[in-house]
Design a protein around this ligand. Structure first.
Ligand code: SF4
Ligand code: SF4
Ligand code: FES
Length: 510
């Protein structure tokens, strides 16, 4: 773990003078200046182990090569990482890593993002001088719910060992035996525990640790990468969304943010992408369970609204919202209903209470507030002077006939479904119900309603405020279904249709 301070020092790297924070790890300083020093065991989020000997450099005043990962930047330091002497040392370090490594690349899930493959192309000596047979080790070791271990592919970098010692504090991984019989593993191959297991897959530089959820699903070179923020709790861990042309999400990977999640994320959050995929998604507008064109759905909704506006009965509208929405979505919801339509009846869970009680669940990342934007929700509502009542209040109001036009802006995720089920039980055929949701299950609960598909969390472009008040941006730029739209776009179309019914446009695929 880098231990830097704000003071800058001057060092010379490959003959070029550069500035770096005093105490910065040499490998990080080199990265920041576009010089790549190979490494397997070094990880900026873990302690230095000096295990792999790939980061050899020449240091002025020192007759022998040194490992770069154990050097801190100080004034006057002079380092060479591109001499023939260094290249030769790296080539032989790599050769030793490959002595017992299986020829698994065609069937290995790490292919395409494997440190061995990448460095072999760059630093390999190509013609092997080894005559001895490879040492065979155990393959396909089941380590519980999330991970499969291949002991033969492991290069004993000890990143996973240090992760479980230093970060998850579960101390499950160890290196057992000696010499070329050394193997990575857990005691008696016991399954891993806890909510942070898959981080070890992220940091394993080779295909020794693979994720059960991702293995054999997709080759990494077919995946596109988009920046987002996890939807699983108020921590707001920064993530990369790996998807194939925006049509299917295959995995989430943590994205470094020192102020929020460092290099890590939890397993619960890691699987939130599943709610975005085809089998759980509402892909078309539906009226009473039957597919209808988007424009027809908007016209149908606008017609009912027009009657309420014309007869000054917009106080019969009730709107249920949640902090799953981005700040931009919340703004457009409130501008439309509170601002333009003068709606006063808004409902949600008791978000103030959720925020007051929000705390770390495990002393690390996961928090008790299950929403990605509770703070944004409260500040947007406060800014617009809107107050929400509880879901139970909505239920009572429905029972009393106090609302005839009910808009449920229901996010993805199983957690919200019991609330929706409670509402559905008290509805009568006299109420016009509109469900805006990305979720198939939500549409099924309100099977008699008008349902419009919205974007899933990882398709959104917008801002979210995490538990610490940090405003974070998501930049999706893809959508999985032609007929699904952002809440903002849907409400804009609704207001156009409500004012001028003939001008509602048919949305085109993007
Ligand atoms: S399993 Fe992966 S992370 Fe763990 S020691 Fe082996 S190569 Fe390193
Ligand atoms: S801690 Fe929260 S935000 Fe971070 S990955 Fe887990 S569920 Fe997502
Ligand atoms: S990265 Fe320096 S010894 Fe492994």
């Amino acid at each position: 773990m880098s231990d830097t301070n704000s003071k800058k020092v001057k060092i010379t790297l490959n003959g070029k003078e550069i500035e770096a924070p005093a105490g910065q790890n040499l490998l990080d300083a080199a990265d920041a200046n576009g010089v790549e020093i190979p490494r397997y065991c070094y990880h900026p989020g873990l302690s230095v182990a000096g295990q792999c000997r790939m980061c050899m450099v020449e240091v002025e005043g020192n007759p022998k090569l040194q490992i770069g990962c154990n050097i801190r930047c100080s004034d006057g330091l002079k380092v060479i990482s591109d001499s023939e002497k260094v290249k030769n040392a790296v080539k032989w370090s790599l050769e030793y890593h490959l002595v017992n490594h299986p020829i698994d690349c065609p069937i290995c899930d790490q292919a395409g993002e494997c440190g061995l493959q990448e460095y072999y192309m760059e630093h390999g000596q190509y013609k092997s001088d080894m005559h001895e047979q490879k040492v065979n080790k155990q393959k396909v070791v089941d380590l519980g719910d999330h991970i499969v271990l291949d002991k033969e592919r492991c290069i004993l970098c000890s990143r996973c060992v240090r992760f479980t010692q230093e970060i998850s504090k579960t101390s499950e991984f160890g290196i057992f035996n000696r010499g070329d019989r050394s193997v990575i593993g857990t005691v008696d191959d016991k399954p891993l525990t806890g909510n942070y297991q898959v981080n070890t897959v992220d940091i394993c530089p080779v295909g020794a640790l693979t994720s059960k959820d991702f293995r054999f699903e997709q080759r990494v070179w077919f995946l596109d990468e988009t920046e987002s923020v996890c939807s699983g709790c108020s921590k707001g861990c920064n993530v990369f969304v790996h998807h194939k042309k925006g049509k299917h999400i295959y995995r989430l990977k943590p994205r470094f943010n020192e102020a929020v999640n460092s290099y890590w994320m939890c397993d619960k959050g890691r699987y939130t992408y599943k709610d975005s995929n085809y089998d759980r998604r509402l892909s078309n507008a539906k009226m009473a369970g039957v597919d209808i064109p988007y424009s027809e759905a908007i016209q149908t909704w606008a017609s009912d609204l027009r009657v309420l506006v014309a007869t000054e009965r917009t106080d019969e509208i009730g709107v249920w919202i949640s902090p799953h929405h981005s700040n931009e979505e919340l703004n457009s919801i409130l501008d439309t209903f509170s601002g333009k339509l003068k709606v006063t009846k808004f409902y949600s869970e008791n978000i103030e209470q959720i925020v007051q009680k929000d705390e770390s669940v495990d002393g690390f990342l996961l928090r008790s507030d299950p929403y990605p934007n509770s703070k944004g929700f409260l500040s947007t509502l406060q800014g617009k002077k809107v107050k929400t009542q509880s879901t139970d209040d909505l239920i009572q109001t429905i029972k009393k006939g106090g609302v005839s036009h009910i808009v449920l802006i229901c996010p993805e995720g199983q957690r919200i479904l019991p609330e929706m089920l409670k509402i559905s039980k008290v509805l009568s055929p006299f109420q016009f119900v509109i469900v805006l949701t990305p979720q198939l299950a939500a549409m099924e609960i309100f099977s008699a309603a008008l349902s419009l598909p919205t974007l899933g969390h990882y398709e959104k472009t917008g801002t979210f405020i995490n538990h610490a008040g940090i405003v974070q941006h998501t930049a999706a730029g893809f959508k999985m279904f032609k007929e699904s739209h952002s809440v903002t776009d849907i409400l804009n179309d609704l207001m156009i249709a409500q004012a001028k019914p003939a001008e509602t446009r048919e949305r085109m695929a993007t």
